[in-house]
Ligand binder design. Structure first.
Ligand SMILES: Nc1ncnc2c1ncn2[C@@H]1O[C@H](COP(=O)(O)OP(=O)(O)OP(=O)(O)O)[C@@H](O)[C@H]1O
Ligand code: SF4
Ligand SMILES: [Mg+2]
Length: 379
């Protein structure tokens, strides 16, 4: 488990290189009270509204949540990709001791790709169609390294070979459309890791790929993470991916973290009804068609005017376990779970372990077992 946010002050002044050589286990990223709001004609869209997590070198954080919960907006904030004219961002994003939110666009540009890199769901839209794959990797390398084109090309070929592109010295001159989807994602990973960033953010990196290629890409990411000892954030809808890849899990709902802790804890002893809902809506884990799929009723709330109290209350099937009207009137704080302080959740229910064991587990037993096995296998 990575640690809870600490009071370590950020170096807001120097803009020095971000200590990528930090030893494994050291905290690389501390996100505290991150808020990303978009003022629009209809009001303010509170896409991310108070997010806290930390991540250590060599560790993987899985971020899960339904569409629109703020997963990509948070990662774009970490990458400094939002337009400052149209976005209100507050809180802190401390990467190796430097609060990225205090940096100028120029200072941020120097770090993007070198200290933090991102790979996206669809590499076709993030690669330029008019430049060869090799040229794009060479450019990504030369932005941060004072080397000749020839040296950079040799490094690009080396990285393409490392991510499993066959005949890399020939394929380096292909255009993106000449690569298959899986090969493009491999090339994106090569480009993301070529500068050995301390933090790699993978936003739905395998969603567009078929199951076999997806498994290969996830294996590759895990191998490379061990080799490069980077911290990784993997954003996904797929709890199976989380179980296989993540050390910690952050469950997001309506722009907030609603449950957070070690992967095994969250997937096998979840305490928040929304996480229970995610588990019961996992389709056909390990191909068992007997596992019943129960989607969470209703839709995610509007981020322009979210519900009062617990943001999940209009959809929650367990709010009768909370006395009075508390779920509707008072937003639960993020507090320690029943099994220890490393596990936090936002929910008023006093005895979630009991309810999970008696009411939820019988419904999600197959999924829970599959998650448990995946977590154990991934160790
Ligand atoms: N520039 C913007 N202006 C206004 N609203 C925005 C803007 N960018 C994102 N949003 C809104 O912020 C919310 C969160 O979006 P985000 O892309 O982070 O969702 P997500 O969790 O990544 O979803 P998905 O799983 O579909 O990728 C959405 O409601 C989205 O419409
Ligand atoms: S606080 Fe109430 S509405 Fe929210 S998840 Fe818990 S029980 Fe459900
Ligand atoms: Mg997204």
């Amino acid at each position: 488990m990575t640690q809870q946010p600490t009071e370590r002050p950020a170096d807001r002044s120097t803009g020095q290189p971000a200590g990528r050589g930090a030893p494994s286990g050291d905290i690389v990223l501390e996100v505290h009270d991150l808020r990303v709001h978009f003022p629009t004609n209809d009001g303010v869209v509170k896409a991310v509204d108070g997010l806290d997590f930390t991540l250590a070198r060599g560790k993987t954080l899985g971020i899960v949540g339904e569409s629109g919960s703020g997963k990509s907006v948070s990662s774009s904030a970490i990458m400094g990709l939002h337009n400052p004219q149209r976005t209100k961002i507050s809180g802190s994003v401390v990467l190796n001791g430097v609060d990225l939110l205090t940096l100028s666009e120029d200072q941020m540009r120097k770090r993007r790709g070198r200290d933090v890199a991102m790979i996206f769901q669809d590499p076709l839209s993030s690669m330029h169609p008019y430049y060869t794959v090799g040229n794009q990797i060479v450019e990504a390398y030369r932005v941060h390294n004072d080397v000749s084109k020839r040296q950079a090309r040799a490094r690009a070929i080396e990285m393409l070979a490392r991510v499993g592109i066959p005949q890399p010295d020939r394929r380096v001159d292909d255009y993106p459309h000449q690569f298959s989807g899986g090969m493009r994602q491999r090339a994106m990973i090569a480009m993301g890791l070529i500068n050995d960033p301390g933090l790699l953010i993978a936003d739905e990196p395998t969603t567009a790929l078929d199951v076999t290629v997806q498994a290969q890409i996830l294996d590759l990411l895990q191998d490379l993470q061990r080799e490069f000892d980077s911290a990784v954030i993997i954003i996904t809808h797929d709890l199976g991916v989380v179980a296989e890849m993540a050390d910690d899990v952050l469950v997001m709902y309506a722009g907030r973290g609603v449950e957070y802790g070690p992967c095994k804890e969250i997937l096998t002893h979840p305490e928040m009804p929304y996480t229970w809902g995610l588990l019961s809506s996992v389709p056909d884990v390990q191909g068992d068609t007997a596992v019943k799929l129960v989607p969470i009723p209703g839709n995610p709330p509007s981020l322009l005017s979210p519900p009062s109290g617990c943001k999940f209350h209009p959809r929650c099937q367990h709010r009768d376990k909370v006395p009075g009207d508390l779920c509707r009137t008072e937003e639960p704080l993020l507090v320690a779970g029943q099994r220890g302080p490393g596990h936090t959740k936002r929910c008023h229910i006093a005895n979630p372990e009991d309810i999970y064991a008696k009411e939820v587990l019988p419904e999600v037993e197959g999924v829970a077992e599959a998650m448990h096995d995946l977590v154990e296998e991934s160790k």
